[in-house]
Design a protein around this ligand. Structure first.
Ligand code: BGC
Length: 395
């Protein structure tokens, strides 16, 4: 699904005198690309002073969702969701052309946000997001996926781009090393992520490597191996200076700040001091620094408005009762957190709930998982409506 607002873009780029229609379009949304190269300096906050670009893909999904709503006040609220700047997931080779398309529409003063997500043997500890590339297809990952993404970004040096690198991949190598699938994926993940970091190390790019969440690498036994595992790949890539740090809670459900923590009464709580994402970031960042990696963070607040919904901390699939969380902002009140972002596009499924479907993962059949739910990445109207109804702050 792709919606085009070509008229607006045309107004921004037209060299001939604008027509009346173009003038009107420009009044509604004055959009113009930067005329000089964007440089995101290491050590700075790349989001600072910028608007989070709201990509047309998600805006299109949301517009279609709003059009289906009979309640007009709900529909009006839904329409606002499409204006929220969120990450665009490039989850297949076929979607790579969306990068150039998206970057061509970003105005000066905005920052585009893109998730790089197509490693060979993807989602090795689960089934819901198994990808198109099999273990061993690392050369396709490099030449058909990462290289063309890099080319599209190089062709748009005047656009600021935040990249979220390969959700779940390196964390899985830390905690799921016992699984034969993750053992098989290991070398491809390490080589692939290092290649991505090296190749996408462009002046207008800020990269954040996925580091799971507090309920994952936040356990006492996982913090240090987690930081070392991520830093190892960063160093293998040659310590690219456009890596700014790590991403947490991507497609996750943890609160940024909650005292006592959501799972603080669990019997094993004494083994995890990272009971919210703020505590996780602040525990993980110093270890990353020691391991030799930049340690600022972005935290996904897209769907974390309501907590206390999960039966177990590890439940990750389409959690029932969730709501849209804090909108993307640099006002995080935490010197280590560059921004709260919308990582997972709320309304897109985490995984299919039909046990007979391809890629069915039992987590999507748990009692706290919303049913029916379509394949990962596919739109789930009922789930979107729930996120909207439970949004905090409300729309
Ligand atoms: C899916 C991707 C999708 C992404 C964002 C992942 O769980 O596997 O296909 O693009 O979520 O919705």
């Amino acid at each position: 699904m792709k919606y085009s607002f070509g008229l607006v873009a045309l107004a921004a780029f037209a060299t001939a005198a604008p027509t009346e229609v173009e003038k009107e379009a420009a009044k509604i949304a004055p959009r113009a690309a930067c005329t000089t190269a964007v440089k995101l300096a290491a050590g700075s906050n790349p989001f600072s002073g910028k608007k989070f670009y709201a990509n047309e893909y998600y805006a299109g999904e949301v517009a279609a969702a709003a059009a289906q709503m009979s309640d007009s006040s709900m529909a009006a609220k839904a329409a606002k969701v499409g204006q929220v700047g969120s990450f665009l997931w490039i989850d297949t080779i076929a979607r790579v052309p969306l990068v150039a398309d998206t970057l061509s529409k970003v105005a000066c003063g905005e920052i585009a946000q893109i998730v790089v997500y197509d490693l060979p043997g993807r989602d090795c500890a689960a089934k819901a997001s198994n990808g198109e590339l099999a273990v061993g297809e690392i050369s396709r990952y490099k030449s058909e996926y990462i290289d063309p993404i890099a080319a599209a970004i190089k062709a748009n040096p005047n656009v600021a781009v935040a990249l979220l690198i390969e959700p779940d991949s390196l964390p899985n190598l830390v905690t799921n090393a016992n699984l034969t699938t993750c053992q098989a994926s290991k070398s491809g993940y390490e080589e692939g992520v290092a290649y991505a970091l090296k190749t996408l190390n462009l002046p207008n790019v800020a990269m954040y490597i996925d580091a799971g969440h507090g309920g994952w690498l936040g356990w006492d036994a996982n913090l240090k191996p987690g930081a070392e595992g991520i830093a190892k790949v960063y160093k293998a890539a040659g310590s690219p200076k456009q890596v700014f740090g790590f991403a947490t809670n991507v497609a996750g459900w943890n609160a940024f700040q909650q005292t006592p923590g959501e799972f603080s009464t669990a019997t094993d709580a004494k083994y995890n001091k990272c009971q919210d994402e703020k505590r996780y970031v602040n525990a993980f960042a110093p270890l990353l620094k020691t391991a030799g990696m930049p340690n600022h963070a972005i935290v996904d607040t897209g769907r974390n408005a309501v907590t206390g919904l999960r039966l177990a901390w590890g439940d990750w699939c389409n959690v029932i009762g969730a709501g849209f969380g804090v909108r993307p902002t640099t006002t995080t009140n935490d010197a280590l957190v560059d921004a709260f972002v919308w990582g997972k596009p709320g309304g897109e499924s985490d995984g299919v709930s039909d046990p007979d479907a391809d890629r069915y993962d039992s987590f999507c059949g748990h009692e706290d998982a919303f049913k029916p739910s379509p394949q990962a990445g596919q739109w789930n109207q009922a789930y979107f409506e729930q996120l909207l109804a439970n949004a905090k702050p409300p729309f």
